[in-house]
Design a protein around this ligand. Sequence first.
Ligand SMILES: *Cc1c(COP(=O)(O)O)cnc(C)c1O
Length: 356
Amino acid sequence: MAKGPDEIIRDEIRALAAYHVPDSGGMVKLDAMENPYLLPHGVRERIAKLVSDAEINRYPDAGAARLKSRLRGVLRIPEGVELLLGNGSDEIIQMLTLAVARPGATVLGVEPAFVMFRLIASFCGLRFVGVPLREDFSLDPERIAAAIDEHQPALIFIAYPNNPTGNLFDAAAIDAVIANAPGLVVIDEAYHAFAERTYIHKLREHPNLLVMRTLSKSGFAGLRLGFLAGADPWLKHIDKVRLPYNVGVLTQLVAEEAFQHQGLLDEQASAIKAERTRLYAALEREPRTTPFPSDANFILFKTASAQATFDGLKRQGVLVKNLHGSHPALEGCLRVTVGTPDENDRFLEALHEALA
Ligand SMILES: *Cc1c(COP(=O)(O)O)cnc(C)c1O
């Protein structure tokens, strides 16, 4: 007789809760760090033309040569640094983890941080060690050094700024992690557009360092494009794990066009940062919420009852992320994405009502 899922599906996969994406139809959507702005009409027309002429009957350029060369120019990628593209940076996290997935290998990160680091380690059958951040969400250099020493991780992930806490870690503490690591250190700069600090120019100094970015938080979450920058001796192997046509024809074309409009994207990021300042001040003025400072396009804040506040917001058509219960340090915490001025006003009004 054939066996059922209990015997065939791996224990660690059956034990996982499926990644839950809530229904957001008709809501003010402030749960997923998306950019609230579309590109101007003229640019969208050009994209429409590119899409209508695209050869979608053909496989994409597997090496995405034109897109990579445009990226190199726009991001001023130094000579000697290579690029690898992914279907979002989530896919790059998966490639990296798969490439190091020897039996018994360890992936190390801090916690609370981006949940995909731990989840993907589990998908690949690896152990994940999450080193707790300090109470103010800063890195604890001694604790990390001790964990590195004990577990000898093949791969270390650090999000800079961190999600869901929003802060940039101390550069000297990150340098110490890079110096102590026995394997790869990946700096995940998903929120680079809102923080403007980067490790890209340090790539040549540290041969075991890789930098990852995504277009998702700066206007193209629907496109699915992330990239990894680093030295060829690492990237040439990680690239073998990449499925040959992981970045589609349309994604390549639209991203090439998008990078021609860096000025527009910078303006959008500036508008979001200005709103972040306003939203933070409002959350600080509100006696029943405590916000944490953010260098990203979202703000983490604490309330007396996260579930009741989340539900109250949802009833009024505003969707945020409830992080209560996901990690002890996030007790009572909600995370709100910075939206348009109008969306942020609607959030603040709904919040006031929900807390009343
Ligand atoms: C959102 C996010 C990602 C994933 O981005 P995609 O490119 O959409 O897969 C990666 N890292 C961090 C820290 C994020 O917050």
